[in-house]
Design a protein around this ligand. Sequence first.
Ligand code: NAD
Length: 294
Amino acid sequence: MARVAFIGLGNMGGGMAANLAKAGHDVRAFDLDAEALNRAKQAGCLPVQSAAEAVVGAEAVITMLPAGAHVAATYKEAVFSNAAPSAVLIDCSTIDVPTARELAAAAAARGLEAVDAPVSGGIAAANGGTLTFMVGGTAKGFEEAQLYLEAMGKAVIHAGDSGAGQAVKMCNNLILAGTMIATCEGLALAERLGLDLQVFYDIASKATAQSWSLNTYCPVPGVGPESPADRNYEGGFAAALMLKDLRLAMGAAEQAGVDLPFGTHATELYSSFVNAGNAATDFSGIIRTLQDKP
Ligand code: NAD
């Protein structure tokens, strides 16, 4: 088994690093947050005091950070200067395509393989080792990353060249924002019409309304499998991160000359939700804006 550097042990990274340790890898884990480091230690990782310390001697360097700026800074300050020549760099964060491509090119200039490998599945899949990875990079980079990604996921798919993983993820989350808002609207109306929401769920989740947002991540408490709604919308996928992803999609659409009317509206709705003090609230908590109306 290999020595792996894991940087970013938040809602997603914590469970992913734990699964690598469970698979027998020697995981050197780093996060700016002391509590996250402590949880990683309890999960069998070795907590270290800096990203650079994690990277030295690692065969794979995995990052799971909020956005492109965090990943670029970590690569420039700690990864490029400390990575072994044979190390594979795997960024699992959701970031913009240009940054992913720039980092892969900068890695290649140093003789390193770097892939973008964003994930889909949410925290239950991160904890359960059942994530889907969409990977952008060379065939060699994909092959080298596979061993590590398979310890954290149920599907590892080569999407194409560098940046292709992020492009797939951006389009996936554009759809996710739409299905979540539509699911919230359907549930809010069902509630106002006096329907039993469990009965509504039992029908709609088997009918044409089914989606991951409804079936797996139902935005009302006590209905469907356990989800952030059951924890007062804490943990999970922060609304600020969904807004970041929508802005990535809208920026890409503008550059490509594609009109996204539903995406534009979803971005406005998540922007208002975040600005109303809900940046850290799970993105399914947007249902409250519909329920709270008198
Ligand atoms: P999070 O905010 O819970 O975790 C990010 C972690 O990075 C935090 O623990 C933070 O302390 C740490 N961090 C920030 N800057 C750092 C630095 N310079 N060095 C070390 N640690 C640093 O976020 P998350 O929900 O785990 O999401 C991580 C990424 O995965 C994001 O890009 C997000 O869009 C994506 N994602 C999230 C989900 C989800 O359901 N939460 C699903 C798919 C993809």
